[in-house]
Design a protein around this ligand. Structure first.
Ligand SMILES: [Zn+2]
Length: 806
């Protein structure tokens, strides 16, 4: 082994990058038995962020990698510029690096910063073609008139943001399929029957112009967006809702055919046709940015891909998991699945993602739609009712993808091992070099932990979980995460983002607990609970969901029993009736809150799904929520687990999605003045006192600054009490360029006694008058007396929460 001397570099501080790879704790307890079994996971979060937002040092030389374990050189390696050598900080292997000889090592950013990006141009790949992307819109024409307007406004807003030369085609569907010609002098449409398989010959005749419109005018189905926008606007305005007397879910909708037709239009108008020498499959990759966007409010109810109403209600969409299902229903479900799989193949051959936007929500046959979006690397988004944020959401959907063919890899020090990846990752299947861009790197080695990410999207992220395999003796262990992807924006360059995080080894529990990142831990616990729920079958079996909820409480009790001191509440008489509880650490309140929220959130909480119970929390709703949580970046996971905001309107409280709060306000000035937070069955009514935003300096950073007027509007809107009078509420704004989201953190109070409330919210008496308290308690009782509040739920697990803000 090459002996490597300490270098002056070691004394220099390393620039830590917690925003690239976030550790659940920057320390770990040296005893493996405790480290692995205290209920707090050891792991990290990796959010997918485009290079521009991270601004990491860019290195164009090939990375130095350990010849034994393949790890990348990092600031924790011992290096010598005399010997031209370095020692791997993960396995201890000595390595030679000629570049170091006689060099000033502080000039190597990979030796000074935890996160760097190695960037290689693509030498062999041709520059991206000048061809313009093709966008196909497939729009459900069965929306309610109230939703149509919001959808049209948002859609036009998003389309206007695209490059003027983007080519666009529009299809609408209800009981029939309509292909729309888009020029101003050919504003007519062709229809095709919705209940039969697609007539390919007829479609080809339409597309080739063999069939023309009135007066022999030729149809133009694909046109530059700039020229097509006026026609699309009129088109959207002329959609007349059908069957409005029918429930939205059962209106006639030939969704499957519309998707197939959209893909075939793309294929027919594709300028690029190539047959790679390596594969026999005919490939027609469309220009980058091409996509099919499906906007719908319900499931496929006509033509191929349909499940009958009875089949859908019996749970046939989940046929692989639901027991006792009729043969006929199973057959229907299999046929629908096969048809959608054939559409997926079409999309894959064109390399276009199918993005699905759901405006309804319930009973959409989510397994089928999820398959269509997931397998084509698209995304599935919920925009119930197409509110004012729909346009912004769609716009970000158009621009979110920043890399393709990514490989995620992980190296750890001796003594640690990777247990699980949680998120939008797939098993790595013997990658073809050109697929993962590895041909551009001289060293193509991957560890056994590597997995692939089909398409990198901003707003998505993964979590990883580790274990300690033996008692740790070293003062620290290391975790190295490598994300490599093709960045198509600059001529298809390969980016290798290497991050090395140091985890100190400590011997005291207190030292460990002080270093736990409660937010990251909560996100990891939430992703794990959701993945466990999917694997267990909690989606469709209420008993499994019950088990999972109990296991969340057991987890709380486990953390308490291992990490928290015992407190005697009462001595009892002669040793009888003595009561002891565990005092939960203040720094981990968010973890308790997350576990509580998880067991009552839509995806796991009551009311559970049972075949007779579809109308309450539908399995589709659960599946979409679960996938969203599993794939989302950490900030979105935190947001999903926060209480909901309710708004007093028309004599009742209505749920207000956090994302819509500001939008609602700035678009609709008539919003009710009462807002309250729903904590399941327990609610907090916010008193009518204007607010000085707590910690405003801190909370408002990282967002577009609000004008004074907007800020005072917001204060009046949210109506939180004066800072200091009530500690719990905290309002934060998230978002890079637009303040689209507000989120609030509050303790559920509900049925807790007034003295508990006063403990949680010191000063509550000062802001609530007696009659307010009456009202507060009245609405707090909720509809389902069986639900527990946070305090009660923790208490049932033998845990006492500290009274403080989270
Ligand atoms: Zn090594």
């Amino acid at each position: 082994m090459v002996e490597v001397a300490d270098q002056d570099l070691l004394s220099a501080p390393v620039l830590a990058r917690d925003d690239v790879v976030t550790l659940t704790s920057c320390s770990v307890v040296n005893q493996s038995a405790f480290a692995n079994n205290n209920g707090l996971p050891i792991g990290a979060l990796v959010d997918f962020k485009p290079p521009a937002s991270l601004q990491l040092p860019q290195i164009s030389r090939q990375p130095a990698r350990c010849r034994a374990c393949a790890a990348y050189i990092n600031p924790y390696c011992k290096t010598s510029n005399v010997l031209g050598a370095w020692q791997c900080s993960l396995c201890g292997q000595g390595n030679v690096k000629k570049d170091f000889e006689g060099a000033v090592l502080t000039g190597f950013s990979e030796l000074c910063e935890e996160s760097v990006e190695y960037v290689f141009a693509a030498p062999t790949q041709s520059p991206p073609t000048a061809a313009q992307p093709h966008l196909v819109l497939v729009i459900d024409a069965t929306l309610d008139s109230s939703m149509l307007e919001g959808m049209a406004t948002g859609l036009i807003e998003a389309l206007s943001s695209l490059e003027a030369s983007t080519r666009i085609s529009v299809i609408t569907f209800d009981s029939v399929l309509s292909l729309h010609s888009l020029t101003s002098d050919s504003n007519f449409s062709f229809t095709m029957p919705g209940s039969k398989p697609l007539d390919l010959a007829l479609l080809a005749a339409y597309l080739s112009g063999e069939v023309s419109g009135v007066g022999g005018v030729k149809a133009v189905f694909t046109l530059d967006i700039k020229l097509a926008l006026p026609r699309i606007l009129t088109l959207l305005q002329t959609i007349r809702p059908m069957e409005e007397d029918q429930p939205m879910v059962w209106r006639a909708r030939c969704l499957g055919l519309a998707v197939e037709a959209g893909l075939r239009i793309m294929s027919a108008s594709s300028p690029v046709r190539q047959k790679p020498a390596t594969t026999s499959r005919y490939s027609q990759r469309l220009p980058r940015g091409s996509r099919l966007v499906l906007i719908t409010c319900g499931p496929c109810t006509r033509g191929p891909g349909t499940l009958s109403q009875a089949a859908l209600e019996s749970g046939a969409a989940y046929h692989e998991r639901v027991s006792g299902l009729g043969h006929e229903y199973k057959q229907q479900a299999t046929a629908a699945q096969e048809y959608i799989a054939s559409c997926v193949d079409l999309a894959k051959a064109l390399a276009v993602p199918v993005d699905i936007i759901l405006g309804g929500g319930l009973k959409v046959n989510a397994p089928l739609l999820s398959m269509l979006s997931r397998d084509t690397q698209g995304s599935l988004m919920l925009h119930r009712g197409f509110g004012p944020t729909f346009g912004a959401g769609l716009r970000s959907c158009f621009s979110r993808c920043f890399g393709s063919s990514a490989v995620l890899d992980c190296f750890v020090s001796d003594g640690l091992q990777l247990v699980q990846w949680l998120g939008p990752v797939n098993v790595l299947q013997s990658p073809e070099p050109e697929d993962v861009g590895l041909s551009m790197a001289s060293d193509r080695r991957l560890s056994g932990s590597a997995c692939s990410v089909a398409r990198l999207q901003e707003g998505h992220g993964v979590a990883l979980r580790m274990e300690v395999v033996r008692d740790l003796k070293a003062p620290a262990v290391l975790l190295q995460v490598v994300l490599q992807f093709i960045d198509p924006s600059i001529g298809g360059r390969l980016v290798q983002r290497v991050t090395t995080r140091r985890i100190s080894v400590v011997s005291h529990i207190k030292e460990y607990l002080d270093s736990v990142n409660a937010t990251a831990t909560s996100v990891l616990l939430a992703k794990k609970a959701v993945l466990d729920a999917k694997r267990l079958g909690a989606l469709w079996e209420s008993t499994k969901a019950d088990e999972l909820r109990l296991s969340l409480r057991a987890q709380l009790a486990l953390i308490a029993s291992r990490c928290c001191p015992e407190v005697q509440l009462s001595k009892g008489m002669l040793g009888l009736g003595a009561r002891k509880v565990r005092q939960w650490p203040r720094s981990l309140t968010l973890v308790a809150h997350t576990l509580y929220q998880l067991q009552r959130a839509v995806m796991l909480g009551p009311p559970t799904h049972a075949p007779s119970d579809w109308a309450r929390v539908h399995a589709d709703d659960r599946l979409i929520s679960m996938n969203t949580l599993l794939y989302s970046s950490s900030i979105d996971v935190v947001r999903m687990l926060l209480p909901k905001l309710m708004c007093w309107r028309d004599g009742t409280f209505k749920e207000l999605p956090p994302i819509d709060i500001l939008a609602h306000h700035f678009y609709n000035k008539d919003i009710g003045r009462f807002l309250m937070l729903d904590c399941g069955v327990s609610v907090i009514v916010l008193p009518r006192i204007s607010l000085a935003v707590p910690n405003s300096g801190e909370s408002l950073t990282g967002m577009m600054p609000l004008s004074d007027e907007q800020l005072s509007d917001l204060k009046a809107l949210v109506m939180l009490p004066e800072a200091g009078a009530w500690q719990a509420p905290e309002v934060r704004f998230v978002g890079q360029s637009e303040m689209r989201e507000v989120y609030a953190r509050l303790f559920p109070a509900g049925k807790d006694t007034i003295s508990d409330l006063e403990g949680l919210h010191p000063g509550i008496r000062a802001v609530l008058k007696d009659e307010d308290i009456d009202q507060f308690l009245k609405v707090s009782v909720g509809q389902n007396g069986a639900d527990l509040t946070l305090l009660q739920w923790c208490s049932a697990a033998g845990v006492m929460l500290s009274f403080q803000t989270i």
